[in-house]
Design a protein around this ligand. Structure first.
Ligand SMILES: [Zn+2]
Ligand SMILES: [Zn+2]
Length: 493
């Protein structure tokens, strides 16, 4: 089945077009570098050093020196040297009594490798390692130049087979993130950690021949807005439109994280997805959230002003109405995103309904189909839903409420024959819009989800970025497309 969305001719779309035009204007006005930043940075040419916390508390560790190296104590005095491939091992004494004899207890030692190469346990890193040692264990911090750090990060964030300009865009994102994250783990004497909490950093083993040139070509370049490095959010696929940051995460709107229509991720993974949830799967999963019922009569989504981004799912059941947060639903059923519409509804909803009948037929395009079925009603209000998802012979169509209101058409659509012959037997339109429950309550035999995109959908869309790279957009144009009102700044080192 081809599940395409019809845009419709509506206010939302013209807003989006305006946004797109403004974005393109933004690309043309995109300043290369801030002159002030250039002047300010002139005096200092050293690359910023990032302190990366390596794992949690270590009760033992070993450091190998591929090209030899040395150990410095807390006062910076060289107290030990290592030959090529020599190994330094440290272990916390097993019993509490012996902890007072912990080697280097209370000290912060530095382990330097020649050529700035040190191997911690199995992985090789650039820069040097610092170990803060107490009688509870060791905290290990890799001090590494930000550019070397990026070589060990970008490959984990985007596939190294991606086009050159896409890799450059992702590199600027990772650098901006790292630069803005300085001090994030300050209480632990570090800037960032090496896990997904910050950015996954695996050192030399994550370096790729294709990524190093992207790091070099964008050396020192970060994105700023109002003079500050921006929060560089990105996700795998937006499914056609990114979201405003405040609509997804709450909090204050950020001028550079605004909704953008993205026509580029169409051919990528999860542009559209479907998921069918059986009642047993639903009740089992929800029981873990302490929501208990045995019969599901109907389901609807609550997506206020966010188009199809689901804030919560409302379930009408034999134990009453339950509300489940969209993010909870995503986690429980491992959904690609919280942006979806519900398919099958109870039979009472299988009508096209409107409170304000008009004379001229709207959506005549849809009426050419002989089989129509409402897939979802979104944002029920006094004058009917704002949009309808309609299952037609040629796939799923989205249609938005025309300015003059919906035309009242009644169709019971159990079969094509019935649709053709029974246009006269109509349930009441108002009953349908308000979702009144019939005396004879049907239960849903599955919950059908029609979704788009993968991830939180704020900021840059990676699938789109890869496609734009293939179409020879520059990384500056790609970044300007997804982040509004930002400038590139060179840190000049
Ligand atoms: Zn972290
Ligand atoms: Zn996209």
């Amino acid at each position: 089945m081809n599940r395409s969305e019809t845009g419709g001719f509506n206010k939302n779309l013209s807003n989006s077009l305006l946004l797109m035009i403004l974005t393109i204007a933004g690309i043309l006005l995109f300043p290369a570098f801030s002159e002030a930043a250039r002047r300010q940075q002139k005096s200092d040419n050293s690359e910023p050093v990032l302190r990366v916390k390596m794992g949690g508390n270590h009760t033992k560790f070993s450091v190998k020196f591929p090209d030899g190296g040395w150990l410095e104590n807390s006062r910076g005095r060289k107290i030990k040297t290592f030959r090529k491939n020599e190994v330094f091992s440290w272990e916390l004494p097993a019993s509490g009594k012996n902890r007072s004899r912990t080697q280097y207890r209370g000290e912060t030692i530095a382990l330097h490798g020649n050529n700035s190469l040190v191997q911690l346990d199995k992985n090789l890193y650039r820069g040097y390692l610092q170990a803060v040692i107490s009688d509870k264990g060791a905290r290990i911090i890799n001090h590494v130049g930000i550019e070397s750090y990026l070589r060990g990060v970008v490959g984990s964030e985007i596939g190294s087979m991606s086009p050159v300009e896409s890799l450059r865009a992702q590199t600027v994102i990772a650098r901006t993130y790292a630069y803005a994250s300085r001090g994030k783990h300050g209480s632990e004497g570090a800037d960032v950690c090496d896990s997904t909490h910050c950015q996954v950093y695996s050192g030399v083993k994550a370096e790729r021949a294709a990524i190093d040139p992207a790091v070099k070509a964008t050396r020192g370049i970060i994105m700023i807005s109002d003079g500050e490095p921006i929060a560089t959010l990105y996700h795998a696929s937006c499914g056609g439109m990114t979201s405003d940051n405040d609509k997804v995460f709450g909090g204050a709107p950020r001028s550079y994280l605004r909704r953008v229509i993205c026509p580029f991720c169409k051919d990528g993974h999860n542009y559209r997805w479907t998921r069918s949830i059986k009642p047993a799967e639903l009740t089992n999963a929800l029981r873990r959230e302490k929501i208990v019922f045995s019969k599901l009569y109907d389901a609807e989504i609550d997506a206020p002003a966010n188009m199809d981004r689901v804030t919560s799912i409302i379930l009408h059941t034999d134990t009453g109405t339950h509300k489940v947060r969209g993010t909870t639903f995503r986690r429980l059923f491992n959904l690609p995103s919280t942006t979806f519409l519900l398919g099958n509804r109870s039979r009472a909803r299988e009508v096209i309904a409107a409170a304000a009948p008009v004379k001229t037929p709207v959506n005549s395009q849809l009426m050419q189909h002989t089989t129509l079925r409402i897939a979802a009603l979104v944002d029920d209000a006094g004058d009917g839903p704002n949009q309808l998802m309609i299952l037609t012979e040629s796939g799923l169509k989205r249609t938005l409420r025309p300015a003059e209101g919906w035309q009242t058409i009644g169709l019971r659509l159990a079969s094509r024959e019935e649709a053709e012959s029974s246009s006269s037997t109509l349930p009441s339109a108002t009953a349908a819009t308000k979702g009144q429950v019939q005396a004879n309550r049907d239960t849903l035999n599955e919950l059908q989800l029609f979704g788009r995109g993968y991830g939180h959908q704020v900021g840059l869309c990676q699938a789109g970025t890869i496609e734009m790279g293939k179409r020879n957009w520059s990384y500056r144009q790609i970044l300007a497309f997804y982040y509004s009102n930002v400038a590139l700044r060179s840190l000049d080192y």
